[in-house]
Each structure stands twice: as structure tokens, then as C-alpha cells.
Design a protein around this ligand. Structure first.
Ligand code: NAP
Length: 275
């Protein structure tokens, strides 16, 4: 059973399936496989071009909609209020659902009207089209601006793993009950090669990637959404939930001592991460 992050702002399964690059019949089979294994949290986005595939997998799974936590996102060049609305309606249609559990601004845009964006996201919530809204790839400065205007995002999704610190954002999100969702939680597979993680894994009968995932899952307020196409990897990632409680102080210190500046995702439209 996957535990939840539960705060006054959100209740969200701590482990979800990332679906970037899961496309076509193979992608649908991968999402169906994850649901059959017990995943109940799916992360997609308009920009992934796979919402129809995710929707078809949910329908084929036979699992009732209410049991699945579904996230989608609006792309950064669609942040005018009417464009957000169109993107959301398109996502709902493609996913074959009447609501999202979580709707995220995928990336900030330099010229966005932040109060208008927040108002539009909140209006979608008030209308019941989305249960919660949040943001992704927002640096602390933009989170502060959201708070200044009275906006209440429920989730911040950012790259976070054993080779990238997000301490500043975590320290800010936790007391506010904002869930921090770790994307690329395996650093896109890079972590598999780290001797420190391999060694901890040997001690616990686990892989380096399971150790990396368990390190995230043991943290208060943190959610992780590894992407895995293969059933075996999906199961291994699910099993990392059980490992989370077994890491000891020495393991945590060794992971803490790894370099923390190895960002994997940094496109040219990225904000100033230190803002
Ligand atoms: P990731 O989850 O860190 O890594 C995915 C890679 O790890 C895939 O190549 C996968 O292989 C492999 N893998 C997964 N589990 C494994 C296991 N147990 N053993 C061996 N290999 C394993 O990277 P990601 O896809 O970048 O991030 C995850 C999700 O976060 C995305 O799918 C997306 O939903 C979200 N995301 C959001 C943003 C954003 O801007 N908000 C940006 C990036 C990602 P196979 O698939 O071949 O099995």
C-alpha cells in the first residue's frame, strides 16, 4: 500500500507513475501494467502528447476514476487565461475524464501575468474541473510572489533526487502543507551507477535506484513519480516504498554527502533557479 502525503492542502499518493515518453500501444500497456501492480497516481501533461494513451489505459484497467490520482499540466506558452482554460478542456477530453486531481502550470513563462494565472487555476478548482492546482519548475521567488497575492497552490513539482538539493524549497513548502513532487527522481537512471547507492543497496538487498527512491519517499511532504516502461522496473519502484523505513542514519548521511548540484533537466526556457 502506497502511503499518502496528507496536508490541509492536499492528499496525494507518495509514489506515482511518470508517463513522459510513454506513447502508443506500448505506452498504454505500460500504464495498464502499473495500474494492475497497484499504482494509483499517474503524472501526465499536455506537452507529453500522451493523454489519450493514459486515458485509454485508465479506461481499460477497470479501476474506478475515484481511486486514481491524476495529474496533468498546461504548457508555458498557454498561460493566458483563455489558453489555460482551452488546454485544460483538451486534457480532460483526451484523458476521458470530467476532472483532474491536480492541474499544474508546467513551467513559468517570463511574461506571464501571475495573478491572472492563479485566478484561472483557482476558478477551474471552484468549478470542479480540478480538485487541486499547483505549479512546476517555479523557483522560490515565484512561490513567494504567489503567496503575496494570496494564491494557494497545493503542490510544487520540481526535479529532485539524490544528486540535486531542493532544501530551500522543501523548507518553504513543508510548513505550508504544499506537497513537493520529485520529478526525474532517478536522475533519469544516472543514479544506478553510483557506488555509494550500490553499497547501501547491497546491505538491504536492493538496487541503487531503489535506495535513491526510498531516500525520497522517507521524506515528509515528498512525492516521487519515477517513469518506468517495464513491469519489472515498475514493481521494483513500488517495492522501494517498503525500503523507505529501513534506511538507517548512516545510509541517510552517505546519501546526504553526495554532490547535490547535478541537475538533469534545464531547457533554455528554464527560470533562474536561484531566484
Ligand atoms: P526518471 O523517472 O528519473 O527516470 C526514468 C528512467 O529510469 C527510464 O529510462 C526508466 O527506464 C528508468 N527506470 C525506472 N525505474 C527503473 C528501475 N527500477 N530499474 C532500472 N531502470 C529504471 O526520469 P523522468 O522520466 O525524467 O522523470 C519521471 C517523470 O517526471 C516523467 O515521466 C514525468 O512524468 C515527470 N517530469 C516532469 C517534468 C516537469 O517539468 N514537470 C520534467 C521531467 C519529468 P524504462 O522506462 O525504460 O523502464
Amino acid at each position: 500500500m502506497v502511503p499518502f502525503v496528507q496536508t490541509p492542502r492536499i492528499s496525494i499518493p507518495k509514489l506515482g507513475l511518470g508517463t513522459w515518453k510513454l506513447a502508443g500501444a506500448e505506452g498504454q500497456a505500460a500504464v495498464e501494467s502499473a495500474l494492475a501492480l497497484g499504482y494509483r497516481h499517474l503524472d501526465t501533461a499536455d506537452s507529453y502528447g500522451n493523454e489519450e494513451v493514459v486515458g485509454a489505459a485508465m479506461a481499460a484497467s477497470g479501476i474506478t476514476r475515484g481511486e486514481i490520482f491524476l495529474t496533468s499540466k498546461v504548457w508555458w506558452n498557454n498561460l493566458a487565461p483563455d489558453a489555460i482554460r482551452r488546454s485544460l478542456e483538451g486534457s480532460l477530453r483526451k484523458l476521458g475524464t470530467t476532472y483532474l486531481d491536480l492541474f499544474l502550470v508546467h513551467w513559468p513563462a517570463p511574461d506571464m501575468d501571475l495573478p491572472a494565472v492563479a485566478r484561472t487555476m483557482q476558478a477551474a478548482r471552484d468549478e470542479g474541473l480540478v480538485r487541486r492546482w499547483g505549479v512546476s519548475n517555479f523557483p522560490l521567488g515565484l512561490m513567494l510572489r504567489l503567496e503575496e497575492i494570496g494564491a494557494e497552490p497545493a503542490c510544487l513539482q520540481v526535479e529532485y533526487h539524490a544528486l540535486l538539493s531542493q532544501q530551500r524549497l522543501l523548507d518553504w513548502c513543508r510548513p505550508r502543507g504544499i506537497a513537493l513532487t520529485a520529478y526525474s527522481p532517478l536522475a533519469r537512471g544516472v543514479l544506478a551507477e553510483l557506488p555509494a547507492l550500490q553499497e547501501i543497496g547491497r546491505k538491504h538487498g536492493a538496487t541503487a535506484l531503489q535506495v535513491a527512491l526510498a531516500w525520497l519517499l522517507r521524506q515528509e511532504g515528498v512525492v516521487a513519480i519515477p517513469k518506468a516502461a517495464r513491469k519489472q522496473s515498475q514493481q521494483a519502484n513500488l517495492d522501494a516504498v517498503g525500503l523507505a523505513g529501513k534506511l538507517d542514519a548512516g545510509d541517510v548521511a552517505a546519501i546526504g554527502a553526495l554532490p547535490k548540484d547535478r541537475r538533469q533537466v534545464n531547457p533554455d526556457f528554464s527560470p533562474d533557479w536561484n531566484a
